[in-house]
Design a protein around this ligand. Structure first.
Ligand SMILES: Cc1cc2nc3c(=O)[nH]c(=O)nc-3n(C[C@H](O)[C@H](O)[C@H](O)COP(=O)(O)O)c2cc1C
Length: 361
């Protein structure tokens, strides 16, 4: 039996295989209100039909200012609960589990969406806003953020907690905290963007404090049986920045706060660094985290084939394969992988049976 198709249990949630659809912003809330719509519904439900084990929906902002772009999804109000519920019900109907990636974009908020062909910040006149961050220093090419007051950090923790409570009511099976890619939580973690002198800056323990407090707050409002996951950038690829060693230590602290899975990405905090791009380029980082904790670890990044996935799982330190862009080309990537690996799955859609053996007459 291919390891990719062995089930995985996280707390009370049984996941049918080891293929997760990685979170991917759709930038498609056209009314700029964070409310997901028909596009998101078709997009996510197709990937459940396509056989994924778990679908982690896009970075979903806990406040309006936490969106990356004005078109990003949110979960800061009741209208968001109603809209997401239709999607989680559809995902569940076709057998995948759903997770929401709770996010705040920090100093990388209020930007254009790439597919409009524009770069940089959206002006206030066009619906943009002042970004906030642990630092007042801008991400290269973006506007200066406003440095957060200490009291506002406590409010942010509450906002993550309230968003988690709404996510439970929206029907999600799991929650992922977005602590990667240079967004707000990563900005707190990294010494390059956190030179604060209050209780949220300085030592590793203090830089990690917002994340640990968010984990604690979320755990207090979600069911005991619900998995909590974290996406980290395991390195800034820069001397003096966030690195694998700090990720390993903070992951251990997160386990104590009830985190069940670590989804390991990299980079995104600063520009001008060299990222060793190539097939599975972030897998060594995932293995590095897997080596020091017992909880499952997900690898992501240029993983495109079933054979490559099997090889990564054979390391023994990676438990889940997260697929992003390959699933934009092929929503049925897991079905294809099952056929390639010769695995019989009982969730191949009846309507698509004829596609299983395409070479028979
Ligand atoms: C269109 C698009 C949107 C993305 N949005 C998110 C996001 O919302 N949250 C996140 O953590 N990563 C996001 N990512 C990164 C992916 O989850 C993934 O880590 C990255 O694309 C590398 O995996 P891949 O090589 O399989 O595409 C996005 C990537 C793409 C292509």
């Amino acid at each position: 039996m291919a390891k990719l198709f062995t089930p995985l249990k996280l707390r009370d949630v049984e996941i049918r295989n080891r293929i997760f659809i990685a979170p991917m912003c759709q930038y498609s809330c056209e009314d700029q209100d964070g409310v997901v719509n028909d596009w998101h519904q078709v997009h996510y439900i197709s990937r459940s039909v396509g056989g994924a084990g778990m679908i982690i929906v896009e970075a979903t902002a806990v406040t309006p200012e936490g969106r990356i772009t004005p078109w990003c999804a949110g979960v800061w109000g009741e209208e968001h609960v109603v809209a997401w519920k239709k999607i989680t019900e559809g995902i569940a109907k076709y057998g995948a589990k759903s997770a929401i990636q709770l996010a705040h974009a920090g100093r990388k908020a209020s930007t254009h969406r790439g597919f409009d062909g524009k770069r940089g910040m959206v002006s206030a006149a066009d619906g943009g806003w002042q970004s906030i961050s642990p630092t007042s220093e801008a991400f290269e090419g973006y506007a200066d953020p406003r440095e957060l007051e200490t009291s506002e950090i406590y409010e942010l923790i509450e906002q993550f907690k309230n968003a988690a409570e709404r996510s439970v009511r929206a029907g999600f099976d799991a929650i992922e905290i977005h602590a990667a890619h240079g967004y707000l939580i990563h900005e707190f973690l990294s010494p390059l963007t956190n030179q604060r002198s209050d209780e949220f800056g300085g030592s590793l323990e203090k830089r990690a404090r917002i994340l640990l407090e968010i984990c604690k707050a979320i755990r207090s409002v979600i069911p005991t049986g619900m998995p909590l996951m974290i996406r980290f950038s395991a390195t800034d690829y820069s001397e003096g920045g966030w690195d694998l060693e700090q990720t390993q230590q903070v992951a251990k602290w997160c386990v104590e706060e009830g985190v069940d899975l670590f989804d390991i990405s990299s980079g995104g905090l600063i520009t001008g660094v060299t990222i060793p791009s190539g097939p599975g380029y972030q897998v060594p980082l995932a293995i590095g985290v897997g080596e020091v904790i017992d909880q499952p670890v997900a690898a992501v990044g240029q993983i495109t084939t079933s054979a490559q996935s099997e090889k990564i799982l054979a390391s023994g330190y990676v438990d889940v394969i997260a697929i992003a862009r390959a699933s934009l080309r092929d929503p049925y990537w897991p079905l294809r992988a099952a056929a390639e690996l010769g695995v019989e799955i009982d969730y191949w859609p009846d309507q698509y049976t004829r596609g299983k053996w395409p070479t028979t007459p």
